[in-house]
Write a protein that binds this ligand. Structure first.
Ligand code: NAP
Length: 285
């Protein structure tokens, strides 16, 4: 039976360090502050906002919320971002994406309006270039794949030379997760909906990251004995509960390590966000 990689253990360790760093900054007169930009009232945005706010309060960093109505114009949003850019008291910005449908065509332009120094969730081209080039000086990696790496680091799982397979190639999870694994010297394969022999590819993985968005997609026969399984999926099941992309019971029979859902990657994501804000604040001094 696999050992569970528990998000709480990782966040407890991260939080202790963050509280210390945030306090040191406060002594220098800088209170790390996260600006949250939300357009509309999407329930999953609201739920993430609640979790991020709670985590920020625990660490002792400030949160300022900027909420625009669902039908806000591109100009309204750009004006808000300009104001935030000019506000030295805000060190990091989380803007919920995807934006409402009428803003989708302009999403790239809107994201890139943010000062890259405040881009704590990788929405500007410069931050993305940093992930691509493996250069943390250019920006922060997106919080979810960064959370996967935090989990691997915390549990001392060395990626060097390992066969890592990522299922999913989205810009916010799959692709950056693959690049971060590559930066850790794993040999990386990215799978997607057109991948042939997906089961066989996954079954050869020493480290398997599932970011598919389909409940229970990874079955026991796709897991190599002794593998590390990182489940990024968050799916609301017919039972009303949250389920991962991995069939936990089957995968846990074969894996050496596995993240649960809930209680795995999702738990660590908000701590990573807060850590990016603290880092951005430290850089601003
Ligand atoms: P997404 O944009 O929908 O991407 C899903 C990826 O899975 C796509 O690349 C897609 O391939 C691939 N895929 C879909 N069906 C497949 C199949 N049958 N076989 C192989 N590949 C398949 O989703 P996302 O935003 O990356 O999110 C992925 C999951 O992570 C979701 O459950 C989401 O809720 C969760 N998530 C969790 C967190 C967290 O903090 N834990 C944060 C963000 C997202 P194509 O590219 O070919 O379509």
């Amino acid at each position: 039976m696999a050992k569970q990689l528990l998000g709480k253990e990782v966040t407890d360790a991260l939080n202790a360090k963050l509280i210390e760093r945030a306090n040191a900054l406060k002594e220098k007169g800088v209170v790390p502050t996260l600006g949250i930009v939300r357009v509309g009232e999407n329930p999953s945005d609201l739920s993430y906002e609640k979790g991020a706010t709670k985590r920020a309060e625990l660490i002792g960093i400030n949160v300022q919320k900027f909420v625009l109505p669902e039908d806000a114009s591109k100009e309204d949003l750009l004006k808000l971002i300009d104001e935030i850019n000019a506000n030295d008291a805000i060190h990091g910005v989380l803007m919920f994406r995807p934006l409402p449908k009428h803003l989708k065509a302009d999403q790239n332009e809107i994201c890139n309006r943010l000062d890259p120094k405040k881009d704590v969730d990788c929405m500007t081209d410069l931050s993305n270039a940093g992930v691509f080039e493996g250069r943390s000086d250019l920006g922060f990696a997106p919080c979810t794949p960064a959370a996967c790496m935090e989990i691997l680091d915390y549990y001392g799982i060395d990626c060097k030379g390992k066969n890592a397979v990522v299922i999913g190639r989205s810009n916010i999870v799959g692709k950056p997760a693959a690049l971060l694994l590559l930066a850790k010297n794993a040999t990386v394969t990215i799978c997607h909906s057109r991948t042939k022999n997906l089961k066989e590819v996954c079954a050869a993985a020493d480290i398997l990251v599932a970011a598919v968005g389909r409940e229970g997609f990874v079955t026991g026969d796709m897991v190599k004995p002794g593998a590390v399984v990182i489940d990024v999926g968050i799916n609301r099941g017919a039972d009303g509960k949250l389920h991962g992309d991995v069939n936990f019971a089957e995968a846990a029979e074969k894996a050496a390590y596995i993240t649960p859902v809930p209680g795995g990657v999702g738990t660590v994501t908000t701590s990573v966000l807060v850590s990016h804000v603290v880092e951005a604040a430290a850089k601003s001094v």
